[in-house]
Design a protein around this ligand. Structure first.
Ligand code: FAD
Ligand code: NAD
Length: 475
């Protein structure tokens, strides 16, 4: 038996950020996870491997595009074994690092699955070959068990050619034809990878647009390029049935696609990416006062406390957005509360980045959310076609947008689409969190020539004074 002040269940970005901070604050910590090292879905089969592959996809695309600049590389030859090895090495390097960081901090890493015994103890079911104390007594526990791909019954086909994101990241082959079900984050990111590697990709999305949570003017820019990258994008369409046949997966569509798409086409592979569901059914949790809400998430308050005073919960298992940085931030809040600080999870801006080409990013309030809430906002947009840096990159298809409080000119939200938008959005996060105004953004000198200038010039647009576009301020 081992006794610790904090037991963290789940070693993803929520769990390991929490465990590391708890140790840094001088608390004794056990971290329980079935993988060899901390990392969770994000590092082993999510954010990191997908971004390694997207980087390669981008290189392929740029090398092709270089012809237009007078540089010819020839058609790329894809060595799948090497590509997998690169991706696996990226994951191994990061997870090796988190393992070391756990050791240095004296976090007891128990490689197994936790089962709750009661509000102050748990049992670890060790993975084969792993050892340690199997009973952990704790003053506080943090549940950070994450989420798993959601596969609706109509899409659950027991055939390896029907993949979830984890299987798709394994890159079993480059199928001639791939159907991606779901035009959200995963569908678009992994669809882009396979399309760049040479697959003919069809995306099917049941709503009337890609990425339902993002503002349409930003999505329109992305959708244009996605339309060129993919063989087809079928909106307002659902997959109602899939059948495994020797020659492929036969798919039945329902909805708008019916008119211009074959009724029951055959695909070499299918990627199902229609969302994720929280891992809230941790064995034994029902013996405590921890409660799960009607959407399957563990209910927590702003301090990440569950209904059981000794148990906290963070990350994908407590609600959307299911993003790594949101999980980590919640994990750190939970630990600070455990350590006695009077803090809460109250972000003004959680950034979202879709790592497609172009990248799409936003933070704070979207224009659609503002409209829904009947808030008086002013919108200022700067087209990247007027950015010197975008023109040097031969990528003028971007857009930067500010959502401002109409009365105070405070920045409530920032959205952008374009190469590198995922990096640029951090300025928007700081602006929203610090309560910056359009004047602040206008007066802050931004380096030239960079895409960051599009943020400054969006603010200038708001005042009708942008240097590189002529948009007089409306009275
Ligand atoms: P997880 O990372 O899911 O970790 C939970 C861990 O708990 C897992 O290791 C699990 O095995 C373990 N566990 C479960 N039950 C138990 C138990 N009983 N005992 C012990 N351990 C248990 N987010 C981003 O912000 N940016 C991205 O670019 C991004 N890309 C993604 C790409 C893909 C393909 C996917 C699938 C997800 C992506 N995400 C991305 C989402 C991100 O991975 C999650 O939001 C994040 O991992 C959530 O962190 P977490 O700590 O809540 O849980
Ligand atoms: P998602 O919610 O982003 O997108 C799912 C899409 O599938 C939605 O657009 C939805 O309308 C559509 N859909 C649902 N059922 C359908 C059906 N039967 N037929 C056709 N379309 C259908 O979910 P995801 O892409 O699976 O990703 C899960 C989560 O993982 C994301 O919401 C995000 O939180 C996280 N993630 C983040 C990143 C990132 O930060 N870059 C990358 C990947 C995943």
């Amino acid at each position: 038996m081992t006794s610790v002040q904090v037991a963290v269940i789940g070693g993803g970005p929520g769990g390991y950020a929490a465990a590391f901070l708890a140790a840094d604050l001088g608390l004794t910590v056990a971290l329980i996870d079935p993988e060899a090292n901390p990392g969770g879905v994000c590092v082993y089969r999510g954010c990191i491997p997908s971004k390694a592959l997207l980087h390669v996809a981008q290189v392929i695309d740029e090398s092709r595009h270089a012809r237009a600049w007078g540089v010819e590389f020839g058609e790329p030859k894809i060595d799948l074994v090497k590509l997998r090895a690169f991706k696996d090495a990226v994951v191994a390097r990061l997870t090796g690092g988190t393992g070391q960081l756990a050791k240095i901090r004296k976090v007891q890493y128990l490689r197994g699955r936790a089962e709750i015994i009661d509000a102050h103890s748990l049992r670890v079911k060790f993975e084969a070959g792993a050892t340690g104390d199997d009973i952990v007594k704790f003053e506080h526990a943090i549940v950070a068990t994450g989420s798993t791909p959601a596969i609706p019954p109509a899409l659950a086909v027991a055939d390896p050619r029907v993949m979830d994101s984890t299987a798709a990241l394994d890159l079993p082959d480059i199928p001639k034809s791939l159907l991606v079900v779901g035009g959200g984050y995963i569908g678009l990111e992994l669809g882009t990878v396979y399309a760049r590697l040479g697959s003919s990709v069809t995306v099917v999305e049941m709503t009337d647009g890609l990425l339902p949570g993002a503002d349409r003017d930003l999505v329109d820019v992305l959708a244009k390029r996605v339309g060129q990258t993919m063989k087809a994008v079928l909106l307002k369409t659902r997959v109602v049935q899939m059948k495994a046949e020797p020659k492929g997966i036969r798919v039945t569509f329902e909805g708008a696609a019916g008119s211009d798409a074959p009724k029951e086409p055959l695909f070499d592979r299918v990627l199902v990416a229609v969302g994720r569901r929280p891992n809230a059914s941790v064995p034994g949790l029902d013996r405590t006062r921890v409660r799960v809400n009607d959407r399957g998430f563990i209910s927590v308050d702003e301090q990440m406390r569950t209904g059981e005073p000794s148990i906290f919960a963070v990350g994908d298992v407590v609600g959307e957005p299911m993003l790594a940085h949101k999980a980590s931030h919640e994990g750190r809040v939970a630990v600070e509360v455990i350590a006695g600080a009077n803090v809460a999870f109250q972000p003004r801006a959680i950034p979202a980045v879709v790592f497609t080409d172009p990248e799409l990013a936003w933070c704070g309030l979207t224009e659609a959310q503002a409209k829904k809430a009947n808030r008086a906002v002013a919108i200022a947009k700067f087209p990247w076609a007027a950015s010197g840096r975008a023109i040097t990159l031969d990528r003028t298809d971007g857009l930067t947008k500010l959502v401002l409080d109409a009365d105070t000119e405070t920045v409530l939200g920032v959205g952008m689409v374009g190469p590198g938008a995922g990096e640029l959005i951090a300025e928007g996060v700081l602006a929203v969190e610090m309560g910056a105004t359009a004047t602040d953004l206008k007066l802050a000198i931004h380096p030239h020539p960079t895409l960051t200038e599009t943020v400054m010039e969006s603010a200038e647009v708001f005042f009708g004074q942008a240097t590189h576009v002529y948009r007089p301020r409306r009275a």
